[in-house]
Design a protein around this ligand. Structure first.
Ligand SMILES: *Cc1c(COP(=O)(O)O)cnc(C)c1O
Length: 303
């Protein structure tokens, strides 16, 4: 429900704002590589402040998102097998040729993480009077949302409680670069992205996300595309809100009982009913009523 249709504008906007301030009114041309929503955040901010933006998206990005990027007034190029390829092209071929270029990475920058911190920061303020929260569920693509959440817990929340809130870091099968690294015990790159959740399709998470995910209050969870898609269907039915599968995968932990299994193990029903959970409904623009209809048809039997 935020400008650009996802939480991304918090982090990307913070990075761009800092660049504009440092450049003291000189023209800036922003260049962002993105699966879609980071680019949309970059294009939205650029339009708001009157600077130019070029977004390079990989071939896997949908035409729906490409159109939304163009509607924001950005120049869009679509090429490359995955985000890493699109990013390499952007840095090698475009940025070097433009003296006004400013590089906006999709997730791997401390100023982006600082912007993402505001997400749980605001929730924390809103819930403080009611005793705070016991767990947070978020999805993981490159890991900036997870980093923002865990940094906020470390800075603001952990010291106020006996036990740090549990963080569920959720990915879809086929985009589980964090989970695969944790299992391997080293920071690895996935060979291939096969999940439909293209916003989570980052083959290697940020180093800091890999590190923070090893802290004792963080659990890594992997669910199927079908579970993520049907969570989007159910969320649309029950809450009348459209979200991407990259967001649906977090909602799926509620619908499929994984959240209760991980967090409520050994709890009485009464304790469970008092447990407060924050789900990051991170949004995403790669969704439409038509897409929800397709999900229902394709995955309805399976889930
Ligand atoms: C980018 C994005 C994610 C993943 O965020 P990261 O910071 O890359 O881990 C999840 N959901 C949506 C809707 C996104 O746009």
């Amino acid at each position: 429900m935020q400008p650009s249709g996802s939480f991304k504008i918090r982090g990307i906007g913070n990075l761009m704002k800092t660049a504009i301030r440092r450049n003291k009114g000189e023209p800036i041309h922003f260049y962002c590589s993105s699966g879609g929503n980071a680019g949309l955040a970059c294009a939205t901010v650029a339009r708001m402040v009157g600077h130019e933006a070029t977004i390079v998206v990989p071939r896997s990005t949908s035409q729906l998102l490409v159109k939304k990027l163009k509607d924001e007034g950005a120049e869009v190029q679509q090429l490359g097998e995955d985000l890493a390829a699109a990013d390499l092209y952007l840095r090698k071929e475009l940025i070097g040729c433009d003296p006004n270029a400013f590089y906006v990475p999709p997730f791997d920058h401390p100023l982006i993480w600082a912007g993402q911190e505001t997400l749980l920061g605001e929730v924390e303020q809103q819930m403080a009077e009611r005793g705070g929260f016991d767990a947070v569920v978020c999805s993981v693509g490159g890991g900036s949302m997870l980093i923002g959440i865990q940094q906020t817990i470390k800075k603001k929340v952990a010291s106020t409680r006996e036990k740090a809130p549990l963080v569920l870091a959720v990915e879809t099968r086929g985009a589980e670069s964090l989970n695969a690294s944790l299992l391997a015990g080293r920071h690895i790159t996935l060979d291939k992205i096969t999940s439909i959740a293209t916003s989570l399709g980052v083959s290697k998470v940020a180093e800091r996300a890999y590190r923070l995910a090893q802290e004792p209050n963080v659990r890594s969870v992997v669910l199927s595309d079908a579970e993520a898609a049907m969570a989007c269907v159910r969320f649309a039915d029950e809450e009348r809100i459209l979200v991407e599968t990259s967001c649906g995968v977090s909602l799926a932990t509620v619908y499929n009982g994984v959240l209760k299994k991980l967090l409520g193990a050994g709890m009485s029903e009464e304790d469970w009913s008092r447990t407060r959970v924050v789900i990051s409904v991170c949004g995403g623009s790669d969704v439409s009523p038509e897409r929800i209809k397709e999900y229902r048809k394709r995955y309805g039997e399976e889930v």
